[in-house]
Design a protein around this ligand. Sequence first.
Ligand code: NPW
Ligand code: ATP
Ligand code: MG
Length: 365
Amino acid sequence: MLVKPSIISGLVRLTSHSPSSSSSVLRRQEFLVRTLCGSPIIRAMSSTSEADAESVLRTVTPSLDLKRHKGQAGKIAVIGGCREYTGAPYFAAISALKIGADLSHVFCTKDAAPVIKSYSPELIVHPVLEESYSISQLSEEDKREVQDKVLGEVGKWMERFDCLVIGPGLGRDPFLLECVSIIMLLAKKSNVPFVIDGDGLFLVTNSIDLVHSYPLAVLTPNVNEYKRLVQKVLNCEVDEQNAEDQLRSLAKQIGGVTILRKGKSDLISNGETVKSVSIYGSPRRCGGQGDILSGGVAVFLSWAQQLKSDPESPSENPAILGCIAASGLLRKAASLAFTKHKRSTLTSDIIECLGESLEDICPAS
Ligand SMILES: NC(=O)C1=CN([C@@H]2O[C@H](COP(=O)(O)OP(=O)(O)OC[C@H]3O[C@@H](n4cnc5c(N)ncnc54)[C@H](OP(=O)(O)O)[C@@H]3O)[C@@H](O)[C@H]2O)[C@@H](O)CC1
Ligand SMILES: Nc1ncnc2c1ncn2[C@@H]1O[C@H](COP(=O)(O)OP(=O)(O)OP(=O)(O)O)[C@@H](O)[C@H]1O
Ligand SMILES: [Mg+2]
């Protein structure tokens, strides 16, 4: 018997939206859903497969080895942080360290730098980005000089980084975004992978060429950011009934970049495969959880890239592995934080649970 997945999802909606599950009709519907979802036909027809996030985490996380030197477990840079937002770049950068990267830099505006530095002495903070208001009195020529200086400051570090996270708390200032566009070109020239999140997605959605066909680009849109991407690139609205196919088309249309669509289940595609991570996280939706994820993707992607030199390494694309690992770990940490803090769970509580959650899957010794 062939049953379309859309019929199944319709049935799931029917049962889950009903006020009571006590009637015999509903019980029959629930039985049908359970039976059909468990059938091999339906499993084979489903275009998405649930990733085994724990096994990916075990595969990509390097063992701690006394022979390794500082930097080998990852050097990450976050490009973000402006007058309004200082939390987002901090969350991304500190999460990278808490997961296991050796060094975490933040390139932010001059106003944001002292604030971010004061959150943590662990981060290396570069107050180099400029917003329009701070250069409004300058001539066009002087503005170009400022831009060159910004690019020089970031460029001299570029080849040392294993991955960039571009966008958490970046803001939308036009002068700043122009500089960040050129930083992306520099990263591509040096083959440095990057994760685009937050306002970085605002920039990329309006200039898709910045990431088009760059295989080392990962986009991590939330619900709003995804909607804007779909509208701009596919020229249509988000289609929840065909979410996996639409995500695959979107990634393909952007030349095979990897997209992690955040939501109740995280969906990941590079235009070919579609994977989901649905393990239970937390019902708290406090701001900043996406920032943890972007820092995590950067670290796990870097580790998965290192594995490529190993002949026994998994054949899966490192960007996909990085997304699966980061999503799985964030969800596990969010769940643990929620058991401890319930309604008062905050992003900082989840960050505190990253170590314990990873330890549970990949013990340090
Ligand atoms: N503690 C912190 O520092 C945190 C900081 N965070 C940082 O916040 C930034 C935005 O991320 P977010 O997640 O609020 O974006 P999202 O859901 O698209 O927007 C919701 C609505 O707001 C609006 N809007 C947004 N930005 C706007 C702007 N600059 N100017 C004008 N409108 C703007 C947007 O409107 P629209 O674009 O649809 O017109 C939408 O309706 C990003 O840098 C993120 O990293 C977060 O990571 C959380 C923790
Ligand atoms: N409805 C949901 N149920 C369970 N988990 C969710 C849900 N929505 C998002 N998440 C989880 O929270 C993480 C962050 O997603 P979210 O959509 O909050 O990002 P964001 O809006 O970019 O966050 P930020 O506030 O950092 O900008 C995702 O990895 C996802 O696993
Ligand atoms: Mg976000």
